[in-house]
Design a binder for this molecule. Structure first.
Ligand SMILES: [Zn+2]
Ligand SMILES: [Zn+2]
Length: 315
C-alpha cells in the first residue's frame, strides 16, 4: 500500500493475525466519493468471511470486516459482542451456528460506531436483545457526521437500537460466568464500555484499544487522547498476566500488548503537547513527524499524520 493510499484510508480492521495483514486490510481509500464510503464498508462486510478463534470453553473471538466480535455460548443463551456491518449478519449467524446450538440471548455493543453496530437490526431479527450504554442508543438514534472521513450516517431504525441501556454499569451471571459491562469515561467516544468475563478471564475493550496500530479517536463524539489513555490504563488495572484482551481492532492481545499501547499513546501525547505548548500549529507539529521513531511498530493501519492531528486537537 502506498504512503498516499495509507494516509488516505479509512479504518477497516478486523481479522488480521499480524501487522502486515492488518495493513492490507485498510481498504477504504479516501479517493472514493465520500457518499460511497458506507457502501464500501458494507461491501467488505458482505465479502469478508468471519474467522472464529476459541478463547475459552464457551467463548470465541469472531473477526471479519468490522470491529472484533466475541460470542459466549451456553444454556442461558448466547451473548454476542458487537455486530459488524449489516451485510456481515449472514456470516455472523453462520459463525455462531458453527460453534453453538444454544438460543440467541443478548447482543452487547461496545460503542456506537458503524463497524460495531450496523448488524444490530439483523441480529435483533435473529433473536438477540440489544444492550449498550445509553449514549450509544442516543447517537444511533440521530443522523451523524464523521468529519474526518467526510462520512454521513443515517439514524438507525428502532429495531436496530439498544432495547436495554445503562449509564454506569451492568452485571450478569450468565452461562456460568460473572460478566461486567462498565462504561469508560469519554475515551474513543463518549459511548465506550468494556465487557469483562471474570471466570473466562477475558476482557473486551472495544475501540479504546487498537492492538499494534495507531488508533482512530472520534473527537466528534467526545473522544480524546487523554481519555483514551485513561481508559486503557483502567483496562490494564483489570487485567492479570493471563487475561486475554480483545481490542476493537487488531489481533487478540494481552496485558503486555495493552501496556505497550498505553506507553505509545503517552509518548505521542507528551511530544505533541510540548510542541503545541511551544506555539506550533497543527500542521507544523504534523510536519515535525513526532511519531517517526514509532512508525515502524505502529503505522500499520491508521495513518500517523491523522493520528497526530487528533492528538493535537484533543490534548
Ligand atoms: Zn471500530
Ligand atoms: Zn470505534
Amino acid at each position: 500500500m502506498s504512503g498516499e493510499m495509507n494516509r488516505r484510508s479509512f479504518l477497516h480492521l478486523g481479522a488480521a493475525a499480524g501487522a502486515a495483514a492488518l495493513a492490507s486490510r485498510w481498504v477504504f481509500a479516501q479517493a472514493a466519493p465520500p457518499a460511497d464510503r458506507l457502501t464500501q464498508m458494507r461491501t467488505a462486510g458482505a465479502s469478508t468471511p468471519i474467522k472464529s478463534t476459541k478463547l475459552y470453553d464457551n467463548l470465541w473471538l469472531l473477526q471479519g470486516a468490522g470491529g472484533n466480535m466475541a460470542v459466549q455460548s451456553g444454556k442461558d443463551g448466547n451473548i454476542l459482542i458487537d455486530s459488524s456491518f449489516a451485510t456481515a449478519v449472514p456470516h455472523i449467524r453462520e459463525a455462531i451456528a458453527a460453534v453453538s446450538t444454544d438460543a440467541p440471548h443478548a447482543l452487547v455493543n461496545t460503542h456506537w460506531h458503524v463497524d460495531h453496530v450496523d448488524g444490530n437490526e439483523g441480529m435483533h431479527a435473529a433473536g438477540f436483545h440489544v444492550i449498550a450504554h445509553e449514549k450509544t442508543k442516543e447517537r444511533m438514534s440521530q443522523p451523524a457526521e464523521m468529519k474526518l472521513f467526510q462520512m454521513s450516517l443515517p439514524a438507525y431504525p428502532d429495531s436496530a437500537l439498544p432495547a436495554t441501556t445503562f449509564a454506569t454499569s451492568m452485571h450478569h451471571n450468565h452461562n456460568g460466568d460473572s460478566i461486567d459491562l462498565v462504561h469508560y469515561d469519554p475515551a474513543h467516544t463518549d459511548t465506550d464500555i468494556y465487557i469483562h468475563f471474570h471466570n473466562a478471564d477475558i476482557l473486551h475493550c472495544g475501540d479504546i484499544f487498537f492492538n499494534k496500530t495507531y488508533p482512530f479517536i472520534d473527537e466528534g463524539t467526545g473522544g480524546s487522547i487523554g481519555g483514551t489513555i485513561a481508559a486503557a490504563q483502567k483496562s490494564l488495572a483489570l487485567a492479570g498476566d493471563k487475561t486475554k484482551i480483545i481490542p476493537g481492532h487488531g489481533p487478540l492481545g494481552d496485558k503486555t500488548d495493552l501496556r505497550e499501547y498505553v506507553d505509545m499513546l503517552s509518548v505521542v501525547r507528551d511530544k505533541v503537547a510540548a510542541l503545541k505548548q511551544g506555539g506550533a500549529s497543527e500542521q507544523e507539529v504534523i510536519g515535525k513527524k513526532p511519531t517517526a521513531d514509532l512508525d515502524a511498530d505502529w503505522a500499520h493501519g491508521f495513518a500517523p499524520d491523522m493520528f497526530v492531528g487528533i492528538v493535537y486537537r484533543t490534548v
